[in-house]
Design a protein around this ligand. Structure first.
Ligand code: C2O
Ligand code: CU
Ligand code: CU
Length: 490
């Protein structure tokens, strides 16, 4: 709640820009606090809805009982309270939290309701990984500002925007629901409608809430925890001098061993942990983390949404100025964690993966042609507690509208899965070549990028908690306008 928020940003480095001290500068932004817990810890969190519209918070990536998951059907009205109480059973890793009321998740995250949920554990503590000020959370987002430096979400401004669209219910069919009329009138036509459905892209890149972010860091090893908390934008991240990235973790925590990548793709909601020894560069170096050009992004959504920075365009993300420390050669730990190879044969449907087509019909996103149904799950979406299954997300060419095809960032609630296969249709292979070396499929994931023409196979285990959990595209406007369904664990 405004004025009552406990901010726990731990970063104590120095900002190159800005007039406040680093701690104030990083804490004074619009993002939520970082919540830090140990594995095994019992947490209680009270959500008090001080917004003029409904909301609910989801703990993204955590394995929690169904009433604690923040399903949209648990959304609470203004003034109400929702008490979360659960034990954190997940591995050490960078999880996060954000609202999940149906039809308005994109808007509420855009205006700042999101934060990191960092879990530590004993296995991680035995490693000599950088900690304290050398463990840097970096939340990457894109935003558009108006002439008064306020956020622009579709045609809404930050000031007064939240009250513009009061409770309406029945958002089950996304944009074809009750707010269609408002949209045509208040939002001023076609391009806003397109952005509402295809996704919102901002033209400014923010790190931890700061546009044009730049930091001074010591020349020694650091851990960088990257979260893409953007609504729709994907990043193809690389150092400007093209030195390789050392990846040590993904959505669900540490990998078995470090990996080298020339670049890393980060789709909405994905996380990646990098280990970097800034001591390998000379003092005074300005190092830029940038997003490289790629193909296969949102073909026209950006243009239609009026952004000056199209999907797939190159741009800088964060500038680092390397100071102090000493030049010496340090390696990351070569064994990071006990991570088993995925065992697809353990799946009850090993020979017949369940197929989930990502679809667009009659201007509505869907999965297998169906959009979100608050309480429903089909027989295909019903799974047995205690079993494993193989699912395949198919982003076949036919999902495009007017010949367009779009990437999707597919997320499953309540668990971590393994990626066990990818294939791409021939006509998409050339654009796929511009991104494919950047996937980090080696560890536990809760969100996976499915590029145009691509099919991605995942192995999921349904343990401990029966109930109804969402799975959806984390390009938030896609999820808000229909590309979301439930699965039921029985
Ligand atoms: Cu971050 Cu339903 O998810
Ligand atoms: Cu989630
Ligand atoms: Cu999508």
């Amino acid at each position: 709640r405004p004025g009552e928020q406990t901010q726990v940003w731990r970063y104590r480095g120095k900002l190159l820009r800005g007039d406040a001290s680093a701690l104030e500068a990083w804490a004074g932004n619009y993002l939520g606090p970082i919540i830090r817990v140990r594995r095994g810890q019992r947490v209680r969190i009270d959500l008090i809805n001080a917004l003029p519209e409904s909301t609910i918070i989801h703990w993204h990536g955590l394995h929690v009982p169904e009433p604690m998951d923040g399903h949209p059907r648990y959304a609470i009205a203004p003034g109400e309270r929702y008490v979360y109480e659960f034990t954190v059973v997940d591995r050490a890793g960078s999880y996060w939290f954000h609202p999940h009321p149906h039809g308005r998740t994109g808007k509420q995250i855009y205006f700042g309701l999101a934060g990191l949920f960092l879990v530590s554990d004993e296995e991680e503590a035995t490693l000599d990984l950088p900690t304290g000020p050398h463990d840097l959370p970096l939340v990457i987002q894109d935003r558009t500002f108006d002439g008064d430096n306020q956020f622009v979400y579709l045609s809404e401004r930050a000031t007064g925007a939240a009250s513009q669209n009061p409770e309406r219910g029945g958002m089950g069919h996304g944009m074809m629901g009750g707010d269609m009329g408002d949209m045509m009138g208040a939002m001023g036509g076609m391009s806003q409608m397109m952005a509402r459905m295809m996704g919102v892209l901002g033209d400014q890149i923010l790190v931890n809430g700061r546009p044009g972010a730049s930091l001074e860091v010591e020349r020694r090893p650091h851990r960088l925890r990257l979260l893409n908390a953007s609504n729709t934008r994907m990043y193809k991240l690389a150092w400007h001098d093209r030195s390789p990235l050392t990846v040590i973790g993904s959505d669900g925590g540490l990998l078995a061993a470090p990996l080298q990548r020339d670049y890393v793709m980060l789709a909405p909601a994905e996380r990646v942990d990098l280990w970097v020894d800034f001591g390998r560069w000379t003092a005074g170096t300005e190092l830029t983390l940038q997003s490289l050009a790629f193909e296969g992004g949102m073909a026209m959504g950006g243009m239609m949404g009026g952004t000056a920075l199209p999907d797939g365009a190159p741009f800088p993300v964060l500038k680092l100025r390397l100071e102090g420390g000493t030049r010496r050669s340090v390696m990351p730990p070569q064994r990071l964690s006990q991570l088993q190879q995925p065992q697809p044969r353990a799946a009850v449907n090993f020979n017949r993966p369940k197929v989930f087509n990502l679809t667009m019909g009659m201007m509505v996103w869907g999965i297998n042609g169906q959009s979100f149904d608050m309480l429903g799950a089909s027989p295909l979406e019903t799974v047995r507690l205690g079993t494993h299954e193989v699912w395949e997300f198919r982003n076949d060419a036919a999902t495009g509208m007017m010949g367009m095809s779009m990437p999707h960032s597919m997320h499953v609630h309540g668990l971590q899965f393994r990626v066990i296969g990818r294939s791409v249709a021939g006509e998409f292979s050339r654009q796929h070549d511009t991104v494919k070396a950047g996937f980090v499929d080696e560890g536990w994931k809760d969100t996976v990028l499915v590029m145009p023409g691509e099919r991605v196979r995942i192995l999921l285990g349904f343990a401990d908690y029966p109930g109804l959990f969402p799975y959806h595209c984390h390009m938030l406007e896609h999820g808000d306008t229909g590309m979301m369904r439930n699965y039921l664990v029985k």
